[in-house]
Design a protein around this ligand. Structure first.
Ligand code: 1HN
Length: 348
């Protein structure tokens, strides 16, 4: 590849002449578009939940009700993508607050959403007629076009991380949304029903999948944590990932939702990961422990409930000062299906 040709008056006049006809010269743009390695406007960024974000979130609780807001969410917006309402180029992240006695009304949309419970316990998300009661560290999905509403019948605020594929839906101009007639959808199945049907390495005999996403809506933290604890006792950690498990659709082994992949990792106390990069810009939140993540020249020190972004292809490593648990999500399943996903294990 050669450098972009220098501007000259004849060429400028030519570009001006063709522009009204909806024509443009590729040779002026080619090298910015077809880069040798990934470039992204997304920046490494961190949010301190306990000392910064939490008080703003609670203030928003006094400004607007969940009902009026429809969803009372503070957007975790990447400073390199201002105005884009997204945390990475392809994924939205936000923190949703639901106060005691509130309901976030039922709706459905083409976008898929994950919830990861940050603070408080006992609120619920209802998905397709089944409530999931939320505990810190639980991973809950609302797949594309499924009815969902949230409610908090406890006496404390509840906060969760929302991750949505909104920018992917926007890329394809494929957004649909619909409100439900009822504020809360009617409950047709008892709590725990989907986990009993699909979460015991069994499925109901003769069951056929109706959609690509997981029929399990709630992945309780207690189960994920126990699996990681056992893994960490049974073998050596991976050099780049330590002990890392991927949330799956148990009926297919694919990611829980086709557009968003999510994982939980346990880093032993004192563990330093080998440098790593991958094409999926990744959103992290800290569930347990303290440590730091070094992204290029940026060092983020973290503690429970902190949130941070590792942009696409940014070389990074983690250091855990105490035993730590990290939850993360990215667009990796989309990139894999499109044969775009790549990783580099540097020194691991
Ligand atoms: C949404 O519908 C929810 O259903 C949460 O809880 C966050 C962010 C952008 C667009 C729609 C929800 C959202 C959202």
């Amino acid at each position: 590849m050669t450098d972009t040709p220098a501007l000259n008056p004849d060429r400028t006049a030519f570009y001006d002449a063709i522009a009204p006809h909806n024509l443009a010269p590729l040779w002026e743009r080619l090298h910015a578009m077809v880069t040798r390695t990934p470039t992204t406007p997304a920046l490494p960024v961190q949010w301190d939940y306990d000392n910064v974000v939490r008080s703003f979130l609670m203030r928003s609780g006094g400004l607007i009700t969940a009902k009026e807001a429809e969803r009372r969410v503070l957007i975790l917006e990447n400073p390199g993508l201002k105005g884009h309402t997204s945390a990475t180029h392809s994924l939205f992240a936000g923190l949703q607050l639901i106060m005691p006695g509130e309901v976030a009304p039922a709706h459905r949309h083409a976008a898929s959403a994950l919830r990861f419970v940050i603070e408080g316990r006992g609120a619920y998300t209802a998905v397709e007629g089944e409530r999931a009661v939320m505990e810190p560290g639980d991973f809950i999905i609302t797949p594309s076009w499924t009815w969902h509403d949230h409610g908090n019948e406890t006496d404390s605020p509840v906060v969760w991380l929302d991750g949505l594929d909104i920018p992917i839906v926007r890329l394809f101009d494929a957004s649909f949304a619909e409100p439900n007639n009822a504020e809360s959808q009617s409950i047709s199945r008892p709590i725990g029903d989907s986990l009993a049907r699909f979460g015991a390495n069994m499925v109901p005999v003769d069951w056929k999948p109706a959609r690509a996403s997981s029929p399990v809506f709630s992945y309780p933290y207690a189960r994920s944590r126990e699996a990681l604890r056992t893994l960490s006792r049974n073998g050596d950690p991976d050099a780049c990932h330590a002990y890392k498990l991927r949330y799956i659709n148990p009926t297919s082994g694919a990611s829980a939702m086709p557009t968003i992949g999510a994982c939980m990792a346990l880093l032993p106390a004192g563990f330093t990961s080998a440098p790593y990069r991958s094409t999926d810009g990744t959103f992290y939140t800290v569930v347990e422990g303290e440590g730091e993540t070094v992204i290029g020249d940026t060092v983020f020190r973290w503690k429970p409930r902190d949130l941070f972004v590792v942009p696409s292809w940014a070389t990074h490593h983690h250091k855990a000062s105490s035993e730590a648990v990290l939850f993360s999500f990215s667009d990796r399943p989309v990139q894999e299906v499109l044969s775009l996903w790549r990783e580099d294990r540097l020194g691991g």
